[in-house]
Each structure stands twice: as structure tokens, then as C-alpha cells.
Write a protein that binds this ligand. Structure first.
Ligand code: NI
Length: 555
């Protein structure tokens, strides 16, 4: 068989540096794929020998996007090591920061990182404002900013922008590509929401900052509690937060959710054909407890799209391998095996048994796992989480789809939008609980402890569901210093390389069988990879859980 290789390096509109190599056959169908994390980070090395109380602020620097997630997970791992129990208000405030980040992250991903894979803005220029106004009612009873004048103004803005010749984020795109299916009106609706979402992301970031001090890199979480006490006790600040979430909910229900419905209807054939479907194994650690029993997300493991049997998550089943990652072995000191370049200095392509990524290979009971909003939605739905079930059913009914259809590129986006709407509802409950606690004089926000009298040696871990999926931090403290720190981020799971058994990671599996219309403009590949919301800055980590240094680097 005649196979051709396509390399995309870097994949843009993601966080970090991702390279993909694919082999296509004579019909342009993807037969093999190698996904590679190209950026070495090594923040864990910086954490070595530090005071455990500083772990949060340092680990937060792992990523410029997922800052709050790493900040909290690192602090929680220290609290776990010392068995510190937090007051309820501290948990609520940390959750409120997390929820605002979920909302911000998902909206930014959909509109600013992923949407232009589906929206041809040059086609939007041909739209008729009146027809667009009518079209919007197909996806919502009350479409967001839906007026003839609004679309006229958007068209004018767009044509001025194009005439000025400064395309900025819209330059070098595959405009006019055959895989773009939307009508001019549909393109205009989505493009107008793209612009609205720019304002949205500025507003919602304020909600994280209200309790975080700032964002990105909030700084109010400390071992034992939170420091934003004056904000928690100020009714105006609580009201500001609530107001932002209410406004966000309006945008999510009238723009974000309807826009994913629009895509689900327009790209129905692709969804039904399972375009972007991956390994079918899903993992969630669950979490965000409310009033002791109801959780925002259920934990669980689904294998091979079998929604009838669901296992409980067991952290002891997690392992990490390095067969195909650029590390030689986990036991010696100088064991880097970086094989990216040929002898002549050219870039080596991945094949056979080569090592081809900085990302290690986490496995659950030896299996590859997809993690993220789709995994959470499928697991919570299967486990009869009532609230999320109603959101999912409503979406499936409106777009005439089945639950398995969500396991696709567009389905991943639908799951993310459903989750965002559901999270807003949960956030309202959380903030009213906080207000109630304060009303009844429960104002505790931290637990008192004496660092000097704590154990010298301790081990801790934290498992959290964060916007992109399951995040785990492991800490080993010796003589009150961090002896080693290890992270498995959501993208480490989803962008994992193959292992000794040759089984493809979720990104790779989702690319197999994909038909590329034009190998010089591989838009379909971007659609599949972007649907996972990659964060490569988070994905590469180099100290194993036993504290052994895996490599030394000269810069
Ligand atoms: Ni990240």
C-alpha cells in the first residue's frame, strides 16, 4: 500500500507545543498517527527541596492557563500529607474559583481556539442579516443578541477588518475549504458570538479574581485554607461574583449551548459516522461535593463504550510508563534518550519502536484512558446523576442524537457546553450555601496548625477534576522539604504516546480512519485534536513518583 506522511508541527490554537505525524493511504484515509509533546518543562525539579507550604505557588506555574488547577491540587496534596481537614467555607471558596475557571476555560476553548475549524468567516460576509435573524431561532427560543441591526453591525465590522488587510488571528486559515459546511447565516451567527465571547472571557476572569486576588495565577489558597477573608465577608463582593455568573449563564444558555446544537445539526453525518471517536475508555475521579452527598461529577471507569458496566475509580490502578517517551529508564541518573534528530541534524520521524514524545504514558490498569468533559458527562450520565442527566437528555433530544454520538469531535464540544451550563447551576447553590454559613456566623476559612510540630516525613496526593480532565499531584516530603513532586495532567492521559504494546493514545486513536479532503490543508486533523482542548504545557513531567530524577539538561 502506498502511504504518504503528513506532519503538522506545531498544532496552533492550543497551549504548548504539539506535533502530529500521520500516514494516509491512497484514498487519504489516516492509517497511523503519532502525537508528540515537544516541550520539556521540568517545574517539578524547581519544587525539589522547597518548603511544602510553597508547593502551590510554584506548581501553579506549570501552566499559564490551568494555573488555579495546579495551585489548588498542589496545596491539597500537602494538606493530604499532613491530614489537615479544611473548614467548609474554605472548600466552597476554592470550588467557586474552580467553577469560574471551568466556565472561562470552556468558553474560550470553544470560541477562540476551536470554532474557526468549523466557521468560514469569509462565507459569513455573504450572509443576509434578516435571514440570519430567522435562522438563529432554529437553535434557541431566545437567541443571544439576535437582531437585524446587530448582524448588520457585525458584518460591517468584519468587512472593515478584511478590507484593512490586517487579518491577525484570521490569517493563514483554510478559508473556502470543502469541509466547511455551514451556510453564510450560520457562519455569521457563530462569528458574532466569537466577538461576544471576547468580552465574556474578560468578565468571567473577574469572578476567579474576586476570591483569588488575581488571575491567572491566583494567590489566595494556602495550606489549611484560603486568605481572601475580607472578600468572603463583604456582601458586595459576593454579589459581584453572583452577578458575573448570572450573566455568564445567560450567554451559555442563549449562545454557547445553541451554537453546539447548530454544529451538531450541520455536521450530523460526521457525528453519526463517529468522526473523532477515540478508544472508548473513559475515566473520571468525580468530586465537588455538595452538602455531603450530591457530587457535581461522578467518579468511574467505562471501557470500550460499554455504558452498562461502570467500575468505581481506584487510584492504585494508575501507572506511568516511558517505553516510547524520551527517557531511557527510571533508575539511572543520566538517562535521557532524546532521539528527535537524525545524524545530519534533520528531524527524525516517528516509526516502529522509536521514542517520539516528552509525554510519559499514564495507564489505568494497563489501559489507555480518555479524560475530560466527555468522560465526566458520560460517567455522570451513566451513574444516574439526575441533574446532568436532564441537561444531556435535553441536548440529545433537540439535536436528535444518541448518547454514543457524544463520543465524537463535535460530541466532545457538546459535552463541554452541557457541562458549563450545569456548572452554573451548581455555582448558584454553592454561593447561597456560603452566604447562609456567613449569616449564621460560620466564618471560619482556615484551620490552625503548627508547622514545627507536624511530621517530618509524609506523603500526600490530590485528585481533582479540572476543565481538561483528571489532574493528580503526588508529593513526598522528607525532613519538612519536598523530596519529590509528580504530576499527571489531563493532557498527559489524552496525548499519551504508544507504549510497548503499541496501543494508541486517545488523540492517536481518534485520528485513525479519518478522511482528509486535501492533504495540503488538513483541516480535519485540527478538528479532531482541538476537540480535546490540548494543554501541552501541563502534559510533560519528569520526576517519577519514587522521587528519582529522570534526566539532567544543559541549556
Ligand atoms: Ni494547562
Amino acid at each position: 500500500m502506498n502511504r504518504k506522511k503528513i506532519v503538522i508541527d506545531p498544532i496552533t490554537r492550543i497551549e504548548g507545543h504539539l506535533r502530529v505525524e500521520i500516514e494516509i493511504d491512497e484514498n487519504n484515509i489516516v492509517q497511523e498517527a503519532w502525537v508528540s509533546g515537544q516541550l520539556f518543562r521540568g517545574i517539578e525539579i524547581i519544587l525539589k527541596d522547597r518548603d511544602p507550604r510553597d508547593a502551590g505557588l510554584l506548581a501553579g506555574r506549570i501552566c499559564g492557563v490551568c494555573t488555579n488547577s495546579h495551585f489548588r491540587a498542589a496545596v491539597s496534596s500537602v494538606e493530604d500529607a499532613y491530614s489537615l481537614e479544611l473548614p467548609k467555607n474554605a472548600e466552597i471558596v476554592r470550588d467557586l474559583m474552580a467553577m469560574a475557571l471551568f466556565i472561562q476555560d470552556h468558553v474560550v476553548h470553544f470560541y477562540h481556539l476551536h470554532l474557526l475549524d468549523f466557521v468560514d468567516i469569509t462565507s459569513a460576509l455573504n450572509a443576509d442579516a434578516k435571514l440570519t435573524y430567522k435562522e438563529a431561532f432554529r437553535y434557541s427560543d431566545e437567541p443571544f443578541h439576535n437582531s437585524y441591526t446587530h448582524y448588520e453591525a457585525t458584518l460591517e465590522k468584519l468587512s472593515k477588518f478584511i478590507k484593512a488587510g490586517k487579518l491577525g488571528p484570521f490569517s493563514n486559515a483554510y478559508w473556502g475549504h470543502k469541509a466547511y459546511k455551514l451556510t453564510p447565516s450560520q457562519n455569521l451567527i457563530l462569528f458574532s458570538h466569537y466577538l461576544e465571547a471576547l468580552k465574556f472571557q474578560a468578565e468571567i476572569s473577574k469572578a476567579v479574581a474576586i476570591f483569588g486576588g488575581k488571575t491567572p495565577h491566583p494567590q489566595s489558597i494556602v495550606v489549611g485554607g484560603v486568605t481572601s477573608v475580607s472578600d468572603i465577608l463583604n456582601p458586595q463582593r459576593l454579589n459581584d461574583y453572583l452577578f458575573i455568573i448570572k450573566k455568564a449563564k445567560d450567554f451559555i444558555d442563549r449562545a454557547y449551548l445553541p451554537d453546539t446544537k447548530l454544529l451538531a445539526i450541520a455536521y450530523r453525518d460526521e457525528i453519526k459516522a463517529g468522526v473523532g471517536r477515540s478508544c472508548g475508555n473513559f475515566m473520571s475521579v468525580g468530586g465537588y461535593e455538595f452538602e455531603g452527598e450530591k457530587k457535581l461529577f461522578c467518579d468511574g471507569i467505562i471501557y470500550n463504550h460499554n455504558f452498562n458496566t461502570i467500575e468505581d475509580f481506584n487510584e492504585l490502578k494508575i501507572s506511568e510508563e516511558i517505553d516510547r517517551a524520551w527517557y531511557e529508564n527510571e533508575s539511572s541518573q543520566n538517562n535521557i534518550k532524546y532521539t528527535d534528530l537524525n545524524k545530519d541534524g534533520s528531524l527524525k520521524t516517528a516509526k516502529n519502536d522509536d521514542k517520539y514524545s516528552w509525554i510519559k504514558a499514564p495507564r489505568y490498569d494497563g489501559n489507555v484512558m480518555e479524560t475530560g468533559p466527555l468522560a465526566r458527562v458520560l460517567i455522570s450520565y451513566t451513574k444516574e446523576n439526575k441533574l446532568i442527566k436532564s441537561f444531556v437528555n435535553e441536548f440529545l433530544e433537540a439535536s436528535n442524537l444518541e448518547i454514543l454520538d457524544l463520543s465524537s469531535s463535535i460530541g466532545r464540544n457538546a459535552a463541554r457546553a452541557i457541562e458549563t451550563s450545569y456548572i452554573c447551576e451548581y455555582t448558584f447553590k454553592l454561593i447561597s450555601r456560603l452566604i447562609q454559613n456567613i449569616k449564621y456566623y460560620d466564618t471560619e476559612t482556615w484551620v490552625k496548625f503548627n508547622f514545627n510540630s507536624l511530621k517530618k516525613n509524609a506523603k500526600g496526593r490530590a485528585f481533582l477534576e479540572v476543565p481538561r480532565g483528571t489532574l493528580s499531584h503526588f508529593i513526598n516530603i522528607e525532613n519538612k522539604k519536598i523530596q519529590n513532586f509528580s504530576v499527571i495532567a489531563p493532557t498527559t492521559w489524552n496525548a499519551t504516546p504508544k507504549n510497548f504494546d503499541g496501543i494508541r493514545g486517545p488523540y492517536e486513536a481518534a485520528l485513525i480512519g479519518l478522511r482528509i479532503t486535501d492533504p495540503l490543508k488538513p483541516l480535519e486533523i485540527l478538528r479532531v485534536l482541538h476537540s480535546f482542548d490540548p494543554c501541552l504545557a501541563c502534559a510533560v513531567h519528569v520526576i517519577n513518583t519514587n522521587g528519582k530524577e529522570l534526566s539532567r539538561y544543559k541549556i
